[in-house]
Design a protein around this ligand. Structure first.
Ligand code: SAM
Ligand code: 2KA
Ligand code: SF4
Ligand code: MG
Length: 208
């Protein structure tokens, strides 16, 4: 299969339980909940996205004909050394493209694979750290994983229902943008002990 990659770069994971960890980010192009075009945002299933995932024109982006070629890029960006190799596969929606061949190629190079998904598609087997981030009004089929990271506030989300899902960590992340509210996210963590506040650290420190 050919992989469409928007961008790929070395940074620190900015979100969730692994925040602060050195990681190569592999951002696939395309999403099943929004075209990525501003004209279609208001009518999309997911309307608050902070990410450009259209096309393959970002840093180190492109079309990759094989899993081996893409895994080689990830390894080159990590650099020397076998210690704590971590790749965060995101997008767009990574479950549209992350397949067994790429999982195997990344594992063969010593990477732990973290993935960020909207949960509307079943997660690819073999992911070492799965983050699911539900979007109001969508059917989340992937109800287990390592962390559930909810962007807040979102009208139409039932926190009590999500708390019944099978995740090790429940995180609440303030929505970035005009409808965002740090206060609302803080209030969830204060009122419901299951939830921990996570901030987008990369935006605070000026990383991609
Ligand atoms: C750009 S998405 C890509 C992965 C996948 N499509 C998803 O939604 O989980 C990466 C993460 O950013 C979060 N996110 C997107 N827009 C955001 C915003 N405006 N403020 C805070 N987090 C946001 C998503 O919920 C998700 O956890
Ligand atoms: N540094 C950094 N951390 C992140 N964690 C999740 C991100 C994403 O867009 O999936 C993200 C991102 O875009 N940058
Ligand atoms: S599901 Fe993820 S990538 Fe798709 S539009 Fe929403 S936040 Fe952006
Ligand atoms: Mg991001």
């Amino acid at each position: 299969m050919t992989y469409a990659v928007k961008e790929c770069f070395l940074t620190l994971q900015g979100e969730g339980v692994q925040s602060g960890s050195r990681a190569v980010f592999l951002r696939f192009a395309g999403c099943n909940l929004w075209s990525g075009r501003e004209a279609g945002r208001a009518a999309a299933q997911c309307r608050f996205c902070d990410t450009d995932f259209v096309g393959t024109d970002g840093v180190n982006g492109g079309k990759f004909a094989t899993a081996e070629a893409l895994a080689d890029l990830v390894e080159r960006l990590w650099g020397e050394g076998p210690e704590q190799r971590l790749v965060v596969v995101t997008g767009g929606e990574p479950m549209l493209q992350l397949d067994a061949a790429l999982v195997d190629a990344l594992h063969a190079r010593g990477f732990r694979i973290a993935a960020e998904s909207n949960g509307t598609l079943a997660a690819t087997p073999g992911i070492d750290w799965l983050c699911v981030s539900p979007k109001a009004g969508t059917e989340v089929v992937q109800r287990s994983g390592d962390e559930l990271k909810l962007v807040w506030p979102q009208a139409g989300i039932d926190l009590a229902e999500i708390e019944r899902w099978d995740f090790r960590h429940f995180l609440i992340q303030p929505m970035d943008g005009p409808e965002g509210s740090v206060e609302a996210a803080v209030a969830v963590a204060m009122e419901r002990p299951r939830w921990r506040l996570t901030l987008q650290a990369h935006k605070i420190v000026g990383l991609a």
